[in-house]
Design a protein around this ligand. Structure first.
Ligand code: GTP
Ligand code: MG
Length: 194
């Protein structure tokens, strides 16, 4: 389905499963640690500067944010891995994710974001396991590529593939929300999947 990214609006934030949207629209789900650039990647895809909120206090909002983009939803999942969150907040995050992934038929495509500069964390592995075990198709987006030297790229991508146990040929997209690198590739994957 072609996606008209000009048509985008914020719909709601859901703090628990009662508030999840279940109206059958194709849905892309963006996940990744706090500060990896989930909101920035969404903004870049939509070519807007301040649509999905950027910055703010990482780890603060444990909510599932829904954006309607043309005829589908973009879902911004709450970030994880922020050092300062309490055990209680961590548990809240875990419960919300369990509930969210308990209804995998609503996920048309998962977009798992990692930082292109670093080996994925244990939390990233946990997050990718949610996608693996729910059975929905997903891709991995290595964001902040603008901060890498060209010569570092192959090694970083290999490390990401290895740590997340990505099979040969798995969609792994080098991306920069800053420069727009990878936007076309991710958008066409979204259009194919939604
Ligand atoms: P939470 O909502 O807290 O989970 O964070 P997030 O994953 O939505 O990250 P956000 O989009 O707020 O970006 C975090 C910071 O990284 C911001 O200062 C962005 O400007 C910066 N950032 C995001 N993407 C990129 C990128 O591709 N390159 C560079 N250089 N900076 C980026
Ligand atoms: Mg965000």
């Amino acid at each position: 389905m072609s996606i008209n990214v000009q048509k985008a609006e914020f719909i709601k934030s859901a703090a628990d499963k009662k508030a999840f949207l279940r109206d059958g629209r194709p849905t892309a789900v963006f996940a990744g640690r706090s500060n990896v650039g989930k909101s920035s990647v969404i903004n870049r895809l939509l070519n807007r500067n301040n649509f999905a909120r950027v910055g703010g206090k990482p780890g603060k909002t444990v909510q599932v944010n829904y954006f309607l983009v043309d005829k589908c939803y973009f879902v911004d999942l709450p970030g994880y891995g922020f050092a300062k969150v309490s055990g209680e907040e961590r548990e809240r995050w875990g419960r919300l994710m369990e509930d969210f992934f308990a209804e995998p038929e609503r996920i048309s495509l998962g977009v798992m974001l990692v930082d292109a500069r670093h080996r994925p964390s244990a939390d990233d592995v946990t997050m990718s396991d949610y996608f693996w075990s729910c059975g929905s198709p997903f891709c991995v987006v290595a964001n902040k590529a603008d901060k890498l030297k060209k010569s570092e790229i192959p090694e970083r991508l290999a490390e990401i593939s290895e740590t997340l146990h990505l099979p040969e040929g798995f969609p792994l997209i080098l991306f920069s929300a800053e420069t727009g690198q990878g936007r076309g590739e991710l958008l066409s994957l979204l259009e194919k999947s939604l």
